[in-house]
Design a protein. Sequence first.
Length: 427
Amino acid sequence: MVTDDMARDIAADVIVVGAGPAGASTAYHLAALGLDVAVLEKSEFPRDKICGDGLTPAAVHELVLMGMDTAGWTRNRGLTVHGGGHTIQMEWPDGASLPGYGMTRARMRLDHDLIRHAVAAGAHLHEGCAVTGALTDGDGRVVGVRARTGRGDQAREVTARAKIVVEAGGVSARLATSLGLEKNERRPMGVAARTYFRSPRSDEEWMVSHLELWSGEPGRSDLLPGYGWIFPMGDGTVNVGLGSVSSTARATALSYRKVFAQWTSHLPEEWGFTPANQVGPLRSAALPMSFNRKPHYIEGLVVVGDAGGMVSPFNGEGIAPALKAGRLAAAAIAQGLARTSRAGVDRALSAYPEQLRQEYGGYYSLGRIFVRLIENPQIMHLCTYYGLPHPRLMKLVNKLLSDGFERRGGDIDDRLITTLAKLVPKA
Ligand SMILES: Cc1cc2nc3c(=O)[nH]c(=O)nc-3n(C[C@H](O)[C@H](O)[C@H](O)COP(=O)(O)OP(=O)(O)OC[C@H]3O[C@@H](n4cnc5c(N)ncnc54)[C@H](O)[C@@H]3O)c2cc1C
């Protein structure tokens, strides 16, 4: 039980709720700008997160901007894609802003590395500190949070006050939801599940993706709108999982265990996917896509990462957008904190949702169209059976699906994607 005399207070320029990639990136960039930032995280590190552990070049780009030391991390060259009887290999795009390689890093380690990096830059991390609600002033402006630390007799109520609060609490987004920022049910939502296997192919330099996930008997049922992945971890294991997407938040009732068992039973034996080699259970989680929670700034509250529905509807990637959102948010917050009036703070902070819109708005709207198309099993069939054998087309598709296109300049594929993204209303 929590009593008043047990209460403790935290005060900072900025409170960040959640220390996943979005929270760690925000905290790192704020601390690097010399701001006083406190991160409140309900778990204790190292902690796991259900994930494919895949980092595209877009994510590597952000790690570079954070100054992360990635020496010794497992790198990969691109994707091997199987589907419709075809197998193709596609190198990661190597562009002006993208490094031409991806990585894998178990989230148990990645998230710990990221938050330690933020702490080394000056952020204060409070682990085992679960945020329970917002503190607002008389005008309804967010001025801090309430949180709880410890368990049983050791439970303490904590009050954390700041000029700006950042919601980085992941898909549950409890804080943002408590302030009325409901998720938009008409945006795409994914569900994905993963486990690990010990495998002799753990050191391979290609990430593998399988486009044929069947709802029932292979060849005699519908192709699901999604893919299965095998991501070599370089430590004797591979991360194996599958994800499926739906154009609305309603229809994500995938029987993922059945589909997973069936899919892995048809994979080549040399992967070693036997029950004896499995490390840990198959676990699933939701993927909030296409900005399904907005606005990304309301008075005093900034929303980053999964909490703001920032997962890509094209491939289910959420780490790169979470890291980028943290960087953009930190820059806007620093400008806001330099203002002398509330109106000035809000004007400076409005740059953050606007930049997100420019970076991802059109792209994620294209993604919504993509999801609506592949939801139709016949179109999924056409793409898999007739699209894959065309290398020229697949070069463009690779850039589109992995957010591997240059926003400014670039080649004809980059310009085609940016033009299409400009033609649709922004998400
Ligand atoms: C099966 C699966 C596979 C995936 N594979 C990939 C992949 O290969 N590559 C990729 O880029 N993305 C992948 N994703 C998506 C990716 O995992 C997320 O997009 C990413 O983790 C988002 O980061 P985040 O910081 O916004 O949220 P999270 O990583 O969820 O972090 C949120 C943090 O907030 C903390 N928190 C929550 N509530 C509170 C509270 N009330 N108080 C304090 N702390 C709180 C949590 O403990 C957590 O540490 C996958 C997702 C799934 C489900």
